[in-house]
Structure formats: C-alpha cells, structure tokens
Design a protein around this ligand. Structure first.
Ligand code: ATP
Length: 588
C-alpha cells in the first residue's frame, strides 16, 4: 500500500477534532487498506508500532532527526533548526526544507506503508554504540524517497508528535462501519479488544474473518486483559442498598494491581494500565511458578509492600522504590512484598471470565497454593450491616484502604467500570467523598523556597467523549519539598513548546506538559466555574466545574494511564451527589 494514501489521511485527520468526521476519514482509509497492512495502519494511526503492552518505543531524539534531514537534503543543520524554531514542529519544518530540495532533485521510487513500518520497526529495535548512526542512515534513506508531506508524517511518528486525537473507540466505530456496515457492532469488537488489548489484532481479525470471526476471539496467554473496575460507594448502608442480602467483601489493599500470566516457569506481569512490569518484580517471577497447580493461568493480584518483621501492609508509595532499571535486586530485599490474589481470568487454556465470582474464587483456591509470599486476598461473605462494619474495621486495622465489594454470581467484565464491583474507602465519609486522579497539564514556576520547581500545577479531568483533558483546578498545597523535587524531575522532560491539542484550558500556564502524569488530589467541594472546562455545559450552559481547596495527597499515580484519570462523568456524579447531601443536611 502506498504511504501517500496514509499520509493524505493523516493530513485530513489533523484538520478536525470532530469524532464523526474522524470516523468517516478512518472508514475511507480502511476501505482502501489491504488485509495484510490493516494492523500496521491501526498502530501507526495511534503513533505506535505495536500494542502498548509490548513496550516497543521508537525513542528517536530530535538531534538525530535534524541530522538525518540535513543528510538527505544537503541543507545545513542550523537552517533546519531555524525553521523548526519558527513553528515548533519538526515534521512541518522538514516538509518545508525538503520542498526546497525536491526542486533540485528527482524523486526516487514510491514508498509503501510496509517499507516505512519495517524501517521504523528496525529503528526501534536498534541497540548499542553504533545505533545512532544506524538510525540516521535508516531515517535519511526514507526521507530520500519521501515527498515533503510524507516526510513530515514519518518524522512525526518517529518523534512521537503525531497527535491525531483518535481514541480507540473511534477506531472501533470505523472498523464496525467498514466491515459490517453498522456502528452498533462495535460492541463485538470492544469485547475482543477488552480481552486482548491489541487493536491491531482485532482489526486484522475483522478484516480477514468478518464479525463472525471476531465473535470467536479468544483470550491469549501473555496478551493482557483489560481490567474490570469498580464503582464507588460512600457507606456501608449504600452497599447494602445496592447489593441486598449476600455478597463478597475483600480487603482493598493499597498496592499495585498486577495481572500475572503464567505457563510453567514463563511469567509475565502487567500493570493496571497494561504496561509490562515484569522487570520490577523479579521476586514474583522467581517464586510464583511454585504455587501454580495448573498448566497455564492468568491471575490478578495486588502486590503490596510489607513490613517483614510485623507482616503489616505498607502504603503504595513504598513500591515506587522498585520502579528502577538498575540495582533492582537491592530494592527487592529492601522493600519486600506479598502477592495477594483476588481473581482468576484464565485456566488450563480456557477463559474464566464468564464464571460467577464465587466459582472463580473456588477455582483460584484450587489452582494456586498459598504460602508466606503468595496469598489469597482476605474475603468474607457478608449478610448484614454488622458483618460489613466488622470486616471494614479489620481491613483498616491491617493497613488497607477499605473494602472491595463484589456480587457473588456475576462474571468478570473486562475493560469496564460496572456496578458488579463496588469500592468503599474510609476517607469517602468526609468532604467530597473521594479522592480524584487528575492529569497534570500545566505548571507555574515556584517562588521563594519553591524556586527551581513548579510550585503550582494545572490539573485536568479526562473527557471520554472528546478524548481530551479539560482543566479543573490549580493545585499548590499538599506538596513536600521532596514531592516537588520528584515531580519536577518527572515533568521537566514533558514540557512542550505548544499546548497539546488534547488539552482544553483557557488558563495560561507558564509551561505546558504532555498529558502523561496522573496525581491524586482531595478537595472540599466541586463548584461551577466560568474558567475551567471540566464537564462544560453539563450542569449549566457556559459553565464548567472546578475543585475548591484542592490538595495533593502525596500519591503520584504512576500505574495509571491518563485515560484512567477521573472522568467528567464521574465529576458530574460527585457534583450531583454533594448537592443531594447538602439538601439532606438542610432537611435535618
Ligand atoms: P483507586 O484509585 O481507588 O485505586 P482504580 O481506579 O485504580 O481505583 P478501581 O477498580 O476503581 O481502580 O478500584 C480498584 C483498585 O483497587 C484496583 O485497580 C486494585 O489496584 C485495587 N485493589 C485492592 N484490593 C483489591 C481487591 N480485593 N479487588 C480488586 N481490586 C483491588
């Protein structure tokens, strides 16, 4: 397939943010795409080469890109840098520069999507001392044969700056329309995506085998399953109202959610946002095979830091020490953990998702042995208020955050925040009722003691419909000096010259960041706001929602993707909830 077809689509898609238009452009593109390349196209549209969980990173530095442009155009590096500074987009700068070159030389052969993809893939896999030279060689060979417009998109993919703002749902809408003529069939694709986390594979299956083929889509070991999430409740009473007579309660441990894929001694671990985190937990990889009685299995657990002497659970932050590339062995002994299993998703080649909770728990206990390191999460079947209160008390006393409440007969709903699981945290009973996970989009330089760091951050919620990040508050309290230092180290490389188009904010920050970091805040209230854009027009026309007295809780949510941050829908629900509480208080 000619790369120009894809480049032309990119050009059209860049001109709009409207979901319907983007869907239409995608349908037109998929109609022209041969089956063998459709998965590659799906990854490239999202600026990737493979699904996220494979961790294939392009990692090309701007410097290398500039040198490559210079090599293939014969134009001085300085001139390219000047052009780049004008617009802040190297892809665009390259197209301007190469425009000058094509006036002088002939174009070589047409480039294909396959060739671009293969070359990018090779670049991503280069390692070692000569890798920079090789990268330059590969990039300039592509640029030599590319038209200026094609070159601009090749560079954007390489630098990770192709931001078409196409959400996974939009890709699935377009696939459903292209291959079945009906957007409603997205739910079939959604299921396949939920159990594979690989949109390219889903696209290839529907292109090759149609909707019927996708219906037969099965879980594959070592492909992560998108996690089931919980709704929140504020009190024991609310839980009983929602769940009735008999349900399961488990400790809600404050650790890191880990999905374990195991076959013999082969083990892969995935985080809540489906990143491969195997390297942070060599102790799990080494020990867990001993506990497994099945031939192959997919389990879910909370990995929790513990005090080795007392066995007490320690807070989530302790696990941060394991997020390192080097000297991990030392971190493993200094910060010991236990693995606390709470679900089984696959066993001996068969999916367990369709089984009810009770059957899954039984299967889990049958196929995994407990010991000091690997345990089943504490669970109790609850029948009344005093039982839930007592279990909550035990949970908090052991160092947990609260309870997870699960309906006994319900299946595992991969990738959805349903009402079959609830979470009840102690802190819910005051103020807003919950902490929020917000995306850091901008920063304001600190003064006084805070000089040299970002003293205040601009935060945003996630707008699921538009796939954007909408500003909700500025936060400057709750940070220790150590926090500020750490946050600066994380955010500094994410500073951008221009505001990312997925950010919706009318505030003017000192600097804008790539929306990549999620932090946790609490606040006293949600109010209507003329400035902030979260849930704009949802409560009142022209008004968004803002947080009053927001405060950082000390938790950097490294395990969360920005799309997992609190959504506008959740903020609206909290806003309505707080109105109801105020109303009830007034009546008392
Ligand atoms: P939170 O911010 O409250 O941790 P979340 O958005 O990460 O929530 P939810 O599904 O809403 O995810 O809450 C469940 C989270 O709690 C899981 O992601 C998991 O990390 C953790 N957890 C702790 N104990 C359990 C348990 N027994 N069952 C399921 N999840 C548990």
């Amino acid at each position: 397939m000619e790369f120009s077809v894809l480049a032309n689509s990119f050009y059209k898609m860049e001109s709009t943010r409207k979901r319907l238009e983007l869907t239409q452009f995608l349908v037109e593109l998929f109609e022209k795409t041969p089956i063998e390349v459709i998965s590659k196209i799906v990854y490239l549209i999202q600026g990737k080469l493979r699904p996220d969980f494979e961790g294939v990173e392009l990692g090309v530095a701007e410097k290398i890109a500039i040198k490559s442009i210079s090599k293939s155009s014969g134009i001085a590096i300085k001139k390219i840098e000047e052009e780049y500074r004008k617009g802040g987009d190297l892809g665009h700068a390259a197209s301007v520069i190469l425009e000058q070159k094509t006036q002088m030389t002939f174009l070589a052969e047409d480039i294909t999507v396959e060739r671009v993809y293969e070359t990018l893939f090779r670049i991503a896999n280069l390692e070692g001392s000569r890798s920079q030279d090789m990268k330059m060689k590969y990039i300039s060979s592509l640029l030599n044969d590319a038209t200026p417009m094609e070159a601009s998109y090749i560079l954007k993919i390489l630098l990770g700056s192709l931001r078409l703002g196409i959400a996974e749902n939009t890709v699935m809408d377009a696939l459903a329309i292209t291959f079945s003529g009906d957007k409603k069939n997205r739910s079939v694709l959604q299921h396949a995506y939920n159990v594979s986390s690989d949109l390219g594979k889903v696209a290839e299956t529907v292109a090759e085998k149609g909707m019927k083929g996708v219906e037969k889509f099965e879980i594959a070991l070592f492909n992560p399953i998108r996690p089931m999430l919980a709704d929140r409740v504020k009190s024991e009473e609310e839980t009983l109202e929602k769940f009735g007579e008999r349900f399961a309660a488990e400790y809600k441990l404050d650790g890191e959610r880990v999905q374990l894929h195991i076959k013999g001694k082969e083990v892969l671990l995935f985080s809540r946002s489906l990143e491969n985190i195997s390297s942070y937990y060599p102790d799990i990889i080494e020990k867990i095979p001993e506990n497994i009685l099945a031939e192959n299995i997919i389990l879910e657990a909370e990995a929790v830091a513990i005090n080795e002497n007392t066995g007490e659970f320690l807070p989530f932050q302790e696990l941060m020490h394991r997020r390192r590339k080097y000297k991990i062995e030392k971190a493993v002994t200094q910060y010991p953990i236990t693995v606390n299993l709470f679900d089984i998703l696959y066993c001996n080649g068969k999916s367990c998702l369709e089984l009810g909770y009770e059957e899954r728990r039984e299967k889990l206990e049958k196929n995994v042995k407990e010991d000091n390191f690997t345990k089943y999460i504490p669970m109790s079947v609850i029948k009344n208020k005093s039982e839930i209160e007592e279990f909550m008390e035990n949970s908090i006393n052991s160092g947990s955050e609260g309870l997870m409440l699960k309906m006994l007969d319900k299946p595992y709903q991969a990738g959805s925040r349903g009402s079959h699981w609830l979470k009840l945290k102690r802190e819910y009973q005051n103020e807003l009722g919950d902490s929020l996970d917000l995306v850091v989009i901008g920063g304001f330089f600190g003064k006084g003691r805070r000089t040299g760091s970002y003293g205040t951050l601009l935060l945003a919620t996630y707008d699921e419909d538009e796939d954007t990040f909408t500003s909700i508050c500025k936060v400057g309290t709750g940070f220790s000096d150590e926090d500020l230092d750490q946050i600066y180290q994380i955010l500094n490389p994410k500073v951008t010259i221009k505001k990312n188009p997925r950010i919706t904010s009318e505030m003017e920050a000192d600097v804008w960041f790539e929306p990549e970091l999620v932090i946790e805040v609490v606040a006293s209230e949600i109010t209507l706001s003329p400035i902030h854009k979260a849930a704009i027009n949802k409560i009142r026309k022209g008004a968004g929602l803002a947080l009053r007295f927001p405060k950082f809780t000390g938790k950097i949510r490294i395990e969360k993707a920005v799309e997992d941050a609190s959504t506008n829908e959740e903020i609206v629900a909290l806003y309505n909830g707080q109105k109801k509480v105020a109303h009830e208080k007034n009546l008392m």
